[in-house]
Design a protein around this ligand. Structure first.
Ligand code: BGC
Length: 760
């Protein structure tokens, strides 16, 4: 619908009607205004399947929703690093929404995995903002290509479940821009989601729902977002303020209560009516965009979509370790051990919970293989070893040639609504794995979990397969990998630390009451582990294949560029093994030298390529300013420091295979303001300044003492190094205390001359 037409409709609406458009009619619908032909519009969770509730609505999946298809959760889809595949998954979801009359699916969820403990990590993509925003972008693209909206969430700084409705995420400006905003930024700018969902929490003291800075200045003014912002369910606490900040739609219904506040605020003059009109226009724009593009032929073909879910799952399962045991042969004597072989844990609890129309377990997938036996091994209702189940499993493991243990986290260990208390798997499962491995040298562990776990048994087993929460087709997909029908091609979109205490947020997570200080700053995930050179269990970007890949010919189209330019990088990848496979090529950038604190490397590009045995493909990347920049709080903008950078191509963040140095020249100078506190070393960085401070350089404190020190061998503690360091860091005002005949006004005069130099 054209902007003019929407304007016309809004002009015909009463104040009360407009206010009522700004909150839900019920749990899942926007208001209808029949007399003006405005239909109610339905939204549904998301993000990895349709949770459409026909009956009474709730937001934590307690009440049933329609039978639908559960796709792999975000933890897994990110591991695919496959934009095209996730775009296809989005198309499937979009078609389902069209068939079911859902205008907006509530996802993707891109919050950064700050700590392995976040109960909702299974829904989120990555510890890295580029991965999160690219994968989200792919999903948005797919869904919206079917004329159905998405709601990228939860904006902003919602990285824990503990006290999520009241906690205050205290995040520095650099970390906000480089990590937390960046997870949304690329997807919002490139793929233009129809809606954004704001989070419950506060950001630096202001609720996300009433945060003008992020909802309007950043989202709309800087990033060009044109859709509507809706609240997370119940995130509104001050309706009029929220509207002014840029929050258009309150969900769910406020039962008319907040509508009255809006009406009252307009009548009293507190709220300009044009603010309300703008919010209503944005909502109507989306409502009509959906209505006018209904696909009457869309069908929700659950069986077909199950196959899509399996196709996605095949690329979300990460082969973490393989000491020559995988792939298995279909003729081998194999025992599947563990409850999750029969009833897999394939999704998480909460608002994303799907009422799956069917679930394929690993046992279902091998139903016609007589050589595969099963032992339950453990129960996941309580963390207690069942001695009988354990003994049966160990016996079965002894008899077989291979044991595959299907383990992981029970629902009670991770879910929306609460955070994990630790990073361990249930003790009873760890014990089972160790006891099976003790009698069966060919033990493989398949994990079902949404977030990293400690693996005390990792050196006792020959294979580890991270299945994540891979949706309702997980069993078939896992067996495709185990038996080599599909070559594993996923990699970790997050680091697996050895233990929880290694995680950079460990000391500050989940904060003190409602105060959550993000003290680790920009050092999230591998940015921390790699900078600290810490041993990890499995690094970011790690994942094995049944074939091998070789890298060569790292080339750049220019070795030096201005920060306004684009550098094209290419690298050849060859499949050097015997099986067709897909490789995820990762490009990291490292600043060789920097005056600001930066991680040792950051991911700036990734591409997934499929290669037949012997085949070589050239993978290309385009690097612009952002690939080299940090966020300058002083400039309130991205900034590149002139100098050398390493471009690194890696199989993971810890397996860099090729490196090339390039130079980037900044076109922006950060203005420098001299004060009496400016250190002499900083002054001398500008050769033009030397003349102005020439006099001062004769003072002992600024280095004049050196000659004396050299001649006076009596005091060996005074070295040239010490004097040089003292001189470098001495502020100009030291001239008053240590220089002799100089007062503060004299120093200020020098400062003024230096500043005149800057301006000139
Ligand atoms: C969740 C959202 C979800 C909404 C509606 C909230 O509790 O945080 O992700 O979309 O409920 O179910």
């Amino acid at each position: 619908m054209t902007a003019e037409k929407i304007k016309e409709i809004v002009s015909q609406m009463t104040l009360e009607e407009k206010a009522s458009m700004c909150s839900g009619a019920d749990f899942w619908h926007t208001e209808a205004v029949e007399r003006l032909g405005i239909p109610a519009s339905m939204v549904s969770d998301g993000p990895h399947g349709l949770r459409k509730q026909d009956q009474e609505g709730d937001h934590l999946g307690v009440n049933d929703s329609i039978k639908a298809v559960c796709f792999p959760a975000g933890c897994g889809t990110a591991a695919s690093f496959n934009r095209e595949l996730i775009r296809q998954m989005g198309e499937t979801l979009g078609e389902e929404c069209q068939a079911e009359g859902v205008s907006v699916i509530l996802g993707p969820a891109v919050n950064i995995k700050r700590s392995p403990l976040c109960g909702r990590n299974f829904e989120y993509y990555s510890e890295d903002p580029l991965v999160a925003s690219e994968m989200a972008g792919a999903l948005i693209h797919g869904v919206q290509s079917k004329n159905v909206g998405t709601s990228i969430k939860h904006f902003l700084g919602n990285n824990q479940e503990t006290r999520r409705m009241t906690s205050d995420s205290q995040i520095g400006q650099r970390s906000l821009h480089e990590i937390y905003l960046a997870a949304f930024e690329g997807a919002v700018k490139k793929e233009k989601p129809w809606t954004v969902m704001c989070s419950y929490n506060k950001i630096n003291g202001t609720y996300a729902a009433e945060n003008h800075k992020y909802l309007t200045e950043v989202l709309r003014d800087e990033w060009g977002f044109e859709g509507y912002v809706m609240s997370d369910w119940g995130a509104v606490n001050s309706r009029v303020k929220d509207l002014q900040a840029g929050l258009d739609l309150e969900m769910p219904s406020s039962n008319g209560f907040n509508d009255k506040l809006i009406v009252g605020a307009v009548q009293s003059g507190e709220l300009p009516e044009k603010v309300l009109d703008a919010a209503v226009s944005r909502i109507l724009n989306i409502v009509f965009r959906y209505e006018e593009n209904r696909d009457k032929n869309a069908v929700f073909d659950r069986d077909k979509d199950h196959e899509m879910a399996r196709k996605v799952a095949q690329e979300t399962i990460v082969l973490l370790k393989n000491d020559g045991v995988l792939p298995l042969s279909e003729q081998d004597e194999i025992v599947f051990i563990g409850k999750y072989a029969k009833t897999p844990r394939y999704q998480g609890g909460g608002s994303s919970h799907i009422n799956s129309h069917k679930v394929t377990s690993a046992l279902d997938a091998v139903a016609d293989m007589a050589n595969v036996t099963y032992a339950q091994g453990f129960d996941d209702k309580v963390d207690k070893t069942d001695e009988k189940l354990l003994a049966e499993a160990v016996e079965a493991a002894k008899k077989a040639k291979f044991a595959v243990v299907f383990a992981g986290l029970p629902d009670a260990f991770e879910s929306e609504g609460f955070d994990r208390k630790h990073m361990r798997m249930p003790d009873c499962q760890n014990e089972l794995i160790s006891k099976v491995a003790a009698v069966q040298p060919n033990t493989i562990v398949v994990l079902h979990n949404g977030s990293p776990v400690e693996m005390p048994w990792v050196n006792e087993v020959k294979g580890v397969v991270e299945a994540y929460l891979s949706g309702q087709a997980v069993g078939g997909a896992v067996c495709d990998i185990l038996f080599g029908k599909v070559n594993p091609s996923a990699k970790l979109p997050e680091s697996f630390p050895l233990k929880l205490e290694d995680n950079p947020s460990y000391l500050f997570y989940p904060g003190e009451k409602d105060k959550v200080e993000y003290r680790e700053g920009i050092f999230v995930g591998y940015r921390y582990y790699d900078s600290k050179k810490m041993e990890v269990l499995f690094p970011f970007g790690h994942g094995l294949s049944y074939t091998t890949f070789a890298y060569s010919n790292l080339t750049v189209d220019k070795e030096t560029m201005k920060d306004t330019d684009v550098m094209n990088v290419s690298v050849d990848v060859t499949n050097t093994g015997n099986m067709t496979g897909k490789e995820i090529v990762q490009l990291y950038v490292a600043d060789q030298e920097s005056t600001v604190i930066r991680p040792v490397k950051e991911l700036k590009g990734f591409e997934k390529v499929e290669l037949a045995p012997g085949e070589t493909k050239t993978v290309t990347f385009a690097l612009d300013k952002r690939a080299f920049a940090y966020y300058s709080v002083k400039l309130q903008d991205w900034h590149v420091e002139t100098g050398a950078f390493d471009i690194m191509i890696g199989r993971s963040s810890r397996d860099i295979v090729l490196t090339k140095a390039v130079t980037v020249e900044s076109t922006v100078k950060i203005p420098f303001v001299y004060t009496t506190d400016t250190a002499m070393g900083d002054v001398l960085k500008d050769p033009r300044a030397r003349e102005i401070v020439e006099e001062l350089l004769k003072f002992d404190i600024f280095g004049g003492v050196q000659d004396k020190a050299e001649s006076s061998a009596a005091n060996e503690a005074i070295t040239a190094e010490m004097n040089a360091a003292m001189a470098e860091f001495a502020p100009l005002r030291s001239a008053v205390s240590f220089g002799g005949n100089m007062n503060m006004a004299d120093v200020q005069e020098i400062v003024d001359r230096l500043n005149a130099l800057e301006e000139g």
